[in-house]
Ligand binder design. Structure first.
Ligand code: FAD
Length: 522
């Protein structure tokens, strides 16, 4: 009998892991609370994939990734990404994607300028997956626990699409549940991405590393009638960015041009915009763009929206984009819990204190492949029991109480104000108190229906993740990479060139924080 591997999360990392595990001989069950590929952060990606190219050597790629990560990347992971980048690009091409090599990165071109490249990627990979023997997808399945037996992962528990509590046994489990951008008031992620994977891992006994490092993208639409969507680069030279006094922000701060500011000074740029927003809205003005340009990507995406950008500027803001932190994995992507593997944004290590553009998609493909292969091999060593029958239908939820949407606003506000672009000891301490209060309200809230039951689970993960960001951030008394503190504005390599490690004590609902140099050790 073949052995079973369960993959949690059907974004790029999970789909690639499922593909690799099947190719390695396992029966694969891919579960997602939504659908396969679509509805994930991967589907929103701009299609930039980092890696060495013909004119950009492996050494340069490694040096740049570590320089951007401010020296606390796990170097063996950076080396693995560099070594496997070419295979990753070949894999994308093998499923029919158009991958163009640039000077120091690759771009996946969508066949239709009105379709986000990420959608083209996930559709092609999903297409390759569904035709495989021994592959099964379960959509609408919300994982609530990673099951353990005899000190190793042996399956998952969760809610099926109809709300039935269900357990599924497996010889190995892969955590590919993504990051947590949507815990912030302003973010460009899918709105359900709230750190569920981090909470699942911590509840299974794993430490969380580098949770204070959250990358903010400087330019996301902030008009209430527009989706809070990243304004995709590159930006045409005619685009202007103005503050509430009508000043040109790029000129005011000597940022060169918007593209340069986004690529080379992203964190400084986000902090500048964050401060400007304290005195009024910041607008992006596309009115001087030549009409013929609106047919080309990325402007073609804007041309489809209800707002007429060619006649009216739009409000913009920085927003949470990517989580550098997560679960520690070894060279086979196995976590400290035997039989549990992790890949994609759920894992930590490749990026250090900040992420080089394009390294997230590369990470999904390289480490998704490794996780899939290793999990399939590991699953063979243990007996996968057959799938358990679904449990009873959930209890009557007619008497709901507590306003979950108000609690969501509260958690997102705490994240934005106290664990956001620029932080301070005072703010983070206040944030911890406020998040404790939100957790108390959540505990008392009773969902009125299945949808709210999932929202409550999302919010528990969100509050847990914000607490982790604050706990790790309070300990780091410096600024590094994406992490900026107003009370410790400088980088301190003597004391803080280290990774933070949070061990969760479920009994007391507390984190124990330590700092370690995880960079060289795998
Ligand atoms: C707007 C935008 C543009 C980007 N552009 C780029 C780019 O051009 N290049 C680049 O390198 N990176 C880019 N990134 C980052 C990159 O897209 C993501 O980091 C990456 O796609 C994450 O992939 P993943 O598979 O780890 O997670 P995801 O794609 O987020 O998938 C995780 C899946 O797990 C599911 N899940 C979570 N918890 C549970 C649970 N408890 N039960 C069941 N299912 C669960 C989620 O619903 C989700 O479907 C971009 C990100 C954004 C937001």
């Amino acid at each position: 009998m073949k052995k079973r591997v369960i993959v949690i999360g059907a974004g790029l990392a999970g789909m690639i892991a499922a593909y690799a595990a099947q190719r390695e001989g396992a029966d694969v069950v891919l579960v997602d609370r939504g659908s396969i590929g679509l509805g994930t952060n991967s589907a929103m990606a701009n299609g930039v994939v980092a890696g060495p190219t013909g004119s950009y050597g492996r050494k340069e790629y490694i040096a740049d990734t570590i320089a951007i990560g401010r020296g606390i990347n796990r170097e063996p992971m950076v080396e693995a990404a560099a070594a496997e980048a070419w295979s990753a690009i070949s894999l994308l091409r093998s499923v029919g994607l158009d991958v163009v090599e640039g000077a120091n990165l690759y771009s996946v071109r969508s066949p239709d300028p009105e379709v986000i490249p990420g959608v083209a990627i996930v559709k092609k990979i999903a297409g390759a997956l569904v035709s495989l023997d021994g592959f099964r997808a379960i959509t609408g399945f919300y994982v609530t626990d990673i099951m353990k037996a005899k000190g190793r992962a042996c399956g998952i528990r969760g809610l099926s699409a109809t709300g039935k509590e269900t357990a599924i046994a497996a010889g190995a489990v892969i955590l590919a549940a993504g990051g947590a951008g949507a815990v912030y008031l302003k973010n460009d992620n899918q709105k359900t991405i709230m750190g569920q994977g981090y909470e699942l891992a911590a509840k299974a006994g794993l430490s969380l590393w580098d949770m204070e490092f959250v990358q903010f993208y400087p330019l996301v639409f902030a008009d209430p009638h527009l989706p809070s969507m990243l304004v995709f680069p590159p930006y045409h030279e005619a685009v202007e960015l103005t503050n509430s006094a009508g000043e040109d922000i790029v000129m005011k701060y000597g940022l060169g041009n918007i593209n340069e500011a986004v690529i080379k000074k992203r964190d400084e740029f986000s902090a500048t915009l964050f401060r400007e927003l304290q005195s009024g809205p910041v607008s992006m003005d596309f009115r001087n763009i030549p009409p013929k340009m609106w047919k080309e990507h990325p402007l073609s995406l804007l041309a489809r929206m209800r707002h007429d950008f060619s006649t009216e500027p739009a409000a913009v803001s920085p927003a949470a984009h990517f989580f550098m932190g997560g679960v520690k994995i070894d060279e086979g992507c196995e976590t400290d819990l035997p039989g549990l593997f992790a890949c994609g944004e759920a894992a930590f290590g490749l990026h250090g204190a900040n992420r080089r553009g394009g390294n997230a998609l590369l990470e999904c493909i390289v480490f998704g492949s490794v996780a899939g292969k290793s999990a399939a091999r590991r699953a063979v060593e243990s007996d996968a029991r057959s799938m358990k029958r679904p449990g009873p239908a959930p209890a009557d939820m007619s008497g709901g109480k507590g306003d979950l949407r108000a609690i969501r606003r509260e958690i997102r506000g705490i994240a934005w104000n106290d664990a956001g672009v620029v932080r301070s000891e005072k703010g983070m301490k206040e944030g911890l108190e406020k998040i404790g209060e939100a957790q108390r309200k959540l505990k008392e809230a009773a969902p009125a229906n299945e949808r709210d039951r999932r929202l409550k689970l999302d919010l528990e993960s969100a509050a847990f993740t914000v607490k982790a960001i604050l706990a790790a951030g309070l300990g780091r008394k410096e600024s590094r990479g994406s992490f900026l503190r107003s009370d410790f504005p400088g980088e301190d390599n003597t004391n803080w060139k280290k990774n933070s490690c949070l061990r969760y004590d479920a009994g007391h609902d507390l984190f124990a924080l330590s700092f370690d140099d995880a960079g060289q050790k795998v």
